[in-house]
Design a protein around this ligand. Structure first.
Ligand code: SAH
Length: 485
């Protein structure tokens, strides 16, 4: 081991940064975040450093490197762009016996800064000893996705209980056993205390720990009990539009139930031994009934499994996610819901159609073109001006919807657009007016999944479209619909 990793308590400690540019500014920011008393030594300061100095956040020695400043410092960072000056700082620090880091020069440094994953109070530091900083950064990025953001809250919560647990359980082995029981669920996403804290259910977590302390053990009740269901929004199509929370849960699931609209690439993130079940519904094709999906969810969770129910877009927007959650709630089973980017906002962003805009729309309505049997949306109300209308499941009904809106008074020239396979490399956007959109679409012969935008915001697309799909159109439909390309 070439370096001893340590976490330095710098609150109130004198630290010197030599250099006044942007690199120095970054280092100063880190030192200030750690509570250090910082002096900057440089002949000139960047605007950011000057502002910090003016606000009294740091002391300044406005002159070339001054070795006389050194004996009073705990740490020194040399961050000038002049190698000779940096080396002079390192030499002076060595004689003054204070630790010195020369930015990007580990050879002359007596300490180096790691890449960090900050889940304060939990900190993970990664270093390649200066040999391969890019590798250290990549490892850090992996850890970022692997460690849930709520881990900091968990560490802080555990800290808040530390003294009480110690008083109640004087025996160190018993204490360790309890903490292991409590915390092990955090990294494995096992239902239980740790997940309660990460999920913000602090009152439940406090109550469980208090009861466990009385019994001096968690008793393993949750470990042998039911699993948990996670209703996770997978986003509109592009795999990278999944949230970090969704990815984390997907990576830990024992079972993944997924829909037709979920990006196939996402399934690669599931554990290799996870059971992957396609419960997709294709327009008119074979599908698993909603009742069967609910029953499957309940069966798997009751069997103690962690089930990731991966749903296209957001689970609570036209996805029947609420029905699945109600089925779980009625069965008394634990579940969590992770929102996703819904098709309206995802496809709008990728097609250059904002949902609202100060001059074009002050409200937005999401509506499904398919209600229950024989029901029609209230087109009269939906034809109101000054708002954006987003019609889900529009595929085969674009002509009917446009006609209904025209019939209820929207002008022929009202801008309208359909986005198909939005956010994927096969996205197609067809824009026109309520009058001509259906004709343009039928000429192309594309169907699903399709979402319809109506309103003045559609016009902004001419200036706001930025996304160039690599393979727009046919293949997507061929694959998902069984339609000829
Ligand atoms: N829960 C989903 C919606 C499910 S309903 C969400 O929040 O997005 C399915 C409808 O969503 C489709 O018929 C279509 O109207 C729309 N949709 C979903 N993904 C889409 C995509 N990538 N491109 C266009 N429309 C999409």
């Amino acid at each position: 081991m070439q370096y001893l990793p340590i976490f330095a308590a710098l609150t109130g400690q004198p630290c010197l940064v030599v250099g006044g540019g942007s690199v120095a500014e970054r280092k100063v920011a880190q030192l200030l975040a750690a509570g250090a008393r910082v002096t900057v030594n440089a002949p000139g300061l960047s605007p950011g450093l000057a502002a910090d100095a003016a606000a009294g956040r740091l002391a300044v020695a406005l002159r070339p490197f001054d070795p006389a400043l050194l004996p009073l410092q705990l740490l020194v960072i040399a961050a000038t762009s002049d190698r000779a000056v940096n080396h002079a700082v390192a030499a002076a620090a060595r004689s003054a016996l204070c630790l010195c880091n020369v930015v990007d020069d580990p050879e002359v440094s007596t300490f180096i800064s790691p890449s960090i994953v900050d889940r304060s109070p939990l900190l993970v530091a990664v270093s390649s000893g200066g040999q391969a900083p890019v590798l250290a950064r990549l490892v850090r990025q992996q850890l970022e996705t692997w460690l849930p953001t709520g881990l900091g809250a968990l560490a802080a919560w555990a800290g808040s209980w530390r003294d009480r647990v110690k008083a109640k359980l004087p025996d160190v082995t018993a204490r360790r056993r309890l903490w292991e029981q409590v915390l092990q669920g955090a990294l494995e996403a096992r239902p239980g205390l740790a997940q309660d804290v990460i999920g913000g259910r602090l009152a439940a977590a406090d109550a469980t720990l208090a009861a466990a302390l009385e019994k001096e053990s968690l008793g393993g009740s949750r470990a042998t009990g039911p699993g948990e269901a996670w209703l996770v929004g997978a986003g509109p199509g592009a795999p990278e539009l999944l949230t970090l929370r969704g990815l984390y849960l997907l990576q830990h699931a024992d079972v993944v139930l997924y829909d037709r609209l979920v990006a196939p690439a996402l399934l690669a993130y599931a554990r290799r031994d996870a059971e992957l079940i396609n419960v997709g519904k294709t327009g008119g094709g074979p599908s698993t009934s909603q009742a069967a999906i609910n029953a499957l969810l309940i069966e798997k969770v009751q069997a103690g499994q962690r089930v990731c129910r991966l749903k296209g877009g957001d689970p609570y927007v036209f996805g029947r996610g609420s029905e699945e959650a109600l089925a779980l709630a009625d069965a008394g089973l634990p579940f969590q819901v992770v929102p996703g980017i819904t098709a309206a906002s995802g496809c709008g962003a990728y097609a250059g159609i904002p949902l609202t805009h100060r001059d074009a729309a002050h409200a937005v309505t999401f509506v499904s073109a398919h209600l229950g049997a024989d029901q029609e949306p209230d087109w009269q109300r939906l034809a109101a001006l000054g708002q954006t209308l987003v019609v889900y499941m529009a595929g085969r009904r674009v002509a009917e919807v446009c006609a209904a809106l025209l019939q209820h008074g929207r002008p022929l020239a009202t801008p309208a657009a359909v986005v198909m396979a939005g956010t994927t490399d096969q996205q197609v956007c067809v824009a026109g007016t309520l009058d001509d959109l259906a004709g343009k679409l039928s000429a192309l012969g594309l169907v699903s999944p399709a979402i319809l935008y109506v309103g003045d915001v559609v016009e902004l697309r001419a200036r706001l479209h930025w996304f160039s799909p690599t393979a727009p159109g046919a293949a997507y439909n061929a694959e998902r619909q069984g339609a000829p390309p």
